[in-house]
Design a protein around this ligand. Structure first.
Ligand SMILES: Cc1cc2nc3c(=O)[nH]c(=O)nc-3n(C[C@H](O)[C@H](O)[C@H](O)COP(=O)(O)OP(=O)(O)OC[C@H]3O[C@@H](n4cnc5c(N)ncnc54)[C@H](O)[C@@H]3O)c2cc1C
Length: 567
């Protein structure tokens, strides 16, 4: 089974330490138990027990120290990061968050040439340190060009003045990687990343801006002395470090979503299948059963896509930057699919989903966060539409990429280089994945995709439409769905996914495509030719009741009682 079950950890690792890290992580939560987990969640206290436990078991030291920087068992290995993030999400987004913002905080450090600060960081990881990424500011949101964290010259160094907002771990981080600009230096040449220390008096912790176990800080630097040795990056390098770090970090959001949905699914099916109303199981209602079949199919698709995206991330190089399309999609597509999975399950279990004794109650709230963090869905769609022309009309031949599960350090992630030239990146031909499949709903989906390609070729958006963000977002959703389908198909082959389940996945993909086509056609600025093409995309999936029944019996029903967290 492709879904995580913490009681049966069976994901293959080539080294014992990786498997041990996963077991240790699960052991913390199982020993803590569900009652205490939920009590702490609703009491909103800082999770010192988890931070202490990860220190004792060197979890972050192993997972977050790149090879050669310190810890002998350390490497940055996306293959194992996937499951680490999935397990954290499975037990609670708050535990994932303390790791995630550490990942982000470490990005500019491991990308830096400041060897002394890297050494200090490796030592801090060994002694259980957590980290923080100080990019956002209260007034500027996604507009990081406008930073008001200003460094003014002062002897050999500088004085930093300004505030940061929404900075996770800003209360306890060993280092807060902080983004700002040098006074009087305009444009990208003026940017700077430096390490700030929350223990110093001139670092003022203002508040936790959220009511949760996470500490999402507002902090102020007032005449904070920055020495040359505190500087991580200057000028364009600082800008690139910010964006390249987010490239690494945003990938993990999909895994948090996958973990949360998986735990919620176990709880939901176990509740619904064992609840009897009017003499029948709740899962005998046809609409409830459909919610579970669709929720499970959507979740498996999320995982297949995210796993395949990791293959491209791990094999990326300066010559193969396809991951820059797949990564933002793990962020925006997988996390929005996560919301849909929770919505489906919640409709099926209704009142149960509000109970404070369920994991579901917290998942239902926290699942909403992921599409909004590290760039909203809109920002990520706006990013990926740049890839659309080359993706559809200018394919490139690349050597095949196999499953990337070897135990090696992902060096390139900390050496991604310039963030420019996205429009020049080329992709392998998506049609190959469609052509290789004889699944009925894949064939329908391929026809819908071809209709969209023709829309772009024969009725491309005019100059005014190119400025219409709503229209671009609607087209971007369709593009994202095609890419999603392509990687799911590639991975279904690698993981030998049952063809019934794959057909069921493409059942909802066909319906999603039809809905997005309707949305695009209803845009005020859509033209007659575009509307006609959209209508060709509004197709029904191929119905097969026997297949649907088999998916229920073979893939959904076995989840009943398959996992229950210890009390
Ligand atoms: C719980 C939490 C934890 C966080 N942790 C951290 C952290 O540790 N470190 C850190 O630096 N930040 C952190 N953030 C900040 C987070 O990354 C920002 O919330 C995010 O970047 C979006 O900014 P915003 O919410 O202010 O939205 P805004 O940027 O104000 O956006 C407003 C609206 O405009 C749209 N928009 C903005 N730009 C574009 C664009 N280019 N194209 C299309 N639409 C656009 C958005 O989609 C949105 O609908 C955290 C936030 C939260 C809530």
């Amino acid at each position: 089974m492709i879904l995580l079950n913490p009681k049966q950890l069976d994901r293959p690792y080539h080294d014992e330490r990786s498997a041990e890290v996963m077991r240790d992580l699960v052991a913390f939560f199982e020993a803590k138990g569900k009652t205490k987990l939920l009590e702490d969640y609703y009491d909103r206290g800082w999770y010192a027990d988890f931070v202490d436990y990860q220190r004792e078991h060197r979890l972050f030291a192993t997972m977050c120290t790149p090879e050669g920087e310190g810890a002998a068992d350390g490497r940055w290995d996306t293959w194992r990061n996937c499951e680490f993030a999935e397990i954290l999400g499975f037990f609670g987004l708050q535990y994932w968050y303390v790791w995630q913002v550490s990942v982000l905080g470490l990005g500019p450090i491991w990308m830096s040439e400041n060897a002394a600060l890297r050494k200090q960081t490796a030592e801090a990881l060994e002694t259980g340190g957590i980290f923080a990424f100080g990019l956002s500011e209260k007034d500027h949101g996604a507009d990081i060009y406008s930073t008001d964290m200003v460094l003014s010259p002062d002897g050999d160094g500088w004085r930093a003045n300004g505030r940061k907002y929404y900075i996770g771990n800003g209360n306890e981080a060993a280092v807060v990687s902080t983004f700002g600009r040098f006074e009087g230096e305009d444009g990208k040449d003026g940017y700077v990343f430096f390490g700030a220390d929350p223990r110093r008096d001139d670092y003022r912790l203002v508040q936790n801006v959220v009511a949760s176990q996470n500490y999402v800080s507002e902090f102020e630097l007032a005449d904070y002395r920055v020495e040359p040795e505190d500087v991580l990056h200057r000028g364009r390098d600082a800008w690139n470090a910010a964006l390249n770090t987010v490239n690494i970090g945003k990938y993990n959001l999909g895994w948090a979503s996958i973990g949360m949905c998986t735990h919620a699914l176990y709880e939901a099916i176990t509740h619904a299948h064992n609840r009897v109303l009017y003499g029948n199981r709740v899962t005998d209602f046809t609409h409830v059963r459909r919610m579970f079949v669709e929720g499970t199919s959507r979740l498996v698709a999320m995982k297949l896509f995210a796993l395949r995206a990791a293959d491209y991330m791990r094999s990326a190089s300066a010559e193969d930057r396809r991951y820059l399309l797949y990564n933002p999609m793990v962020k925006m597509k997988v996390t929005t699919q996560g919301e849909q999975v929770i919505d489906l399950l919640w409709d099926a279990i209704a009142a149960k989903g509000f109970e404070k004794s369920t994991y579901f109650g917290q998942a239902a709230i926290d699942i909403r966060a992921l599409p909004k963090l590290e760039g909203t869905v809109h920002v990520n769609i706006a990013l990926i539409v740049k890839f659309m022309p080359n993706y559809f009309f200018n394919p490139e031949t690349y050597p095949p990429i196999a499953k990337q599960d070897e135990p090696r350090n992902d060096d390139f992630l900390f050496d991604q280089g310039s963030t420019r030239g996205l429009g020049q990146i080329r992709f392998h031909d998506y049609q190959q994945a469609f052509a290789a499949s004889d699944i009925p709903n894949v064939a329908v989906f391929a026809e819908q995709t071809e209709a969209f390609r023709q829309l772009l070729a024969e009725h491309p958006p005019g100059p005014d439409q190119m400025k219409d963000v709503d229209l671009l977002l609607a087209a971007g959703e369709i593009f994202a769905l095609v890419v999603y389908a392509q990687l799911i198909l590639e991975n279904a082959e690698i993981y030998d996914v049952d063809r019934d389940l794959l057909d069921q996945i493409f059942d909802f993909m066909v319906r999603d495509m039809a809905k997005h086509a309707l949305t695009l056609s209803l845009q005020p600025s859509s033209t007659e030719g575009q509307v006609a093409q959209c209508q060709r995309m509004m197709r029904k999936p191929v119905e097969d009741t026997a297949r649907y029944q088999r998916v229920w019996e073979n893939h959904v029903l076995p989840l009943d009682g398959a996992y229950e967290m210890g009390a």
